[in-house]
Write a protein that binds this ligand. Structure first.
Ligand code: SF4
Length: 367
């Protein structure tokens, strides 16, 4: 059987066996919804071509093998972090979120290199195929219902745009997920604003802002496209008005880095009056990274101020924060164990400690 990394590979395989569009849709629908291929009242032999019917057990096995459960770590908040094995032995993380949500990964590793993220440390290893994205949903649905899928796991979806859009199309149709319950989360890329409005399934948009200062944002997200925060918010506003759902801005709140009064003023300037929601998530400290979490009181005070100044703001904990901190840690530990290495050397020198990073940005001399 050919590799089945993309949804199109599966369609091609079924077509080659003699399936028509309806047969194909049925197979994809049952798979994406984690139902058995022989479920339903009508017996398969009454409508499915023999060659397709006979191939279904092997195909089901192949599809189940696209994403397999390697580890499950339940959190106290009702979430659970999953380490998911892909067919070639690579791993990604998915997170079962409270209230029937699922966070999926769109890449193994990530090229953006956000300085506060474990996933960003290893660079991009490979793209996750559209079928592997849907397979994460199918796998999660064997564990609990999934009614919302957020692309906030490992990887930058705009760097794997064709695959992510193909997965979104399937999930928003045969996969039975409401379009506004599919959340495309990105650091911002012009291609996103060109492609998303063209899809028949238009997902909600989450933009990772993290700073309103272009210089600091460029340091925190070193290989993100250079998108001025002002332009990003304007492009987001156009998409929000076109789709009818607000843009969700993501802000990982890091002590001494992006929790200043200046940033609060910047957020008000950027988002007041916009069709937007600010999600503030206090940073989850990770032993290998030189950043700290602000106190909950400080984070709550910032959220309250923003709210009072006209920016709809929610203060959130990252899901399963009691389980190995941030995204990428389960995989990092797994890779570490497999390689039997003892330590990961920090990529950041002590000179890049948060306050110094901030100071350097102010003085305009940081790289
Ligand atoms: S936070 Fe997201 S975009 Fe940034 S490095 Fe991590 S996975 Fe990539």
């Amino acid at each position: 059987m050919t590799a089945m990394h993309s949804v199109q590979n599966i369609r091609d395989h079924l077509r080659a066996l003699g399936a028509n569009a309806l047969h194909e849709q049925r197979v994809l629908r049952l798979w994406a919804q984690a139902k058995a291929q022989d479920s339903g009242r009508r017996p398969l032999h009454s409508f499915m071509p023999t060659a397709v019917r006979e191939a279904l057990p092997a195909l089901s096995q192949t599809l189940a093998g696209l994403a397999t459960l390697r580890e499950q770590h339940p959190g106290q908040d009702g979430s659970a972090r999953l380490l998911v094995g892909l067919q070639d032995g690579q791993t990604v993380e998915s997170v079962l979120l409270p209230r029937d949500g699922l966070c999926v990964s769109s890449q193994v590793g990530c090229a953006v290199g956000c300085v506060f993220c474990m996933t960003g440390r290893e660079g991009l290893i490979r793209q996750v195929g559209s079928a592997e994205i849907v397979a994460q949903v199918a796998l999660a649905r064997t564990l609990r219902p999934v009614k919302k899928v957020v692309f906030m796991g490992m990887g930058e979806p705009s760097h794997n745009l064709d695959a992510v859009m193909e997965a979104i199309d399937l999930l928003g149709t045969l996969g039975n997920i409401g379009h506004k319950n599919l959340v495309f989360s990105t650091v911002g890329d012009v291609r996103v604003f060109e492609r998303l409005p063209q899809g028949r399934v238009k997902p909600a948009l989450a933009l990772s802002l993290h700073s309103t200062r272009a210089d600091l944002r460029a340091q925190l997200l070193p290989r993100a496209p250079r998108f001025d925060p002002q332009d990003l918010a304007e492009a987001g506003e156009v998409y929000a008005r076109a789709t009818g759902y607000p843009v969700q801005y993501q802000w990982t709140l890091i002590e001494g880095v992006n929790d200043s009064d200046e940033e609060v003023e910047g957020i008000v300037r950027l988002l007041k009056g916009k069709y937007a929601l600010m999600n503030m998530i206090p940073y989850n400290a990770v032993p290998d990274l030189p950043f700290a979490r602000p106190t909950w009181e400080k984070a709550a005070a910032i959220a309250r101020t923003l709210h009072q100044r006209g920016v709809l703001t929610k203060l959130r904990q990252s899901a399963g924060q009691d389980v190995d901190g941030g995204c990428g840690q389960l995989r990092a530990r797994d890779v570490l164990q497999r390689e039997q290495r003892v330590v990961i050397q920090p990529r950041f020198t002590p000179a890049l400690a948060p306050r110094q990073l901030d100071q350097a940005a102010r003085q305009g001399r940081a790289q």
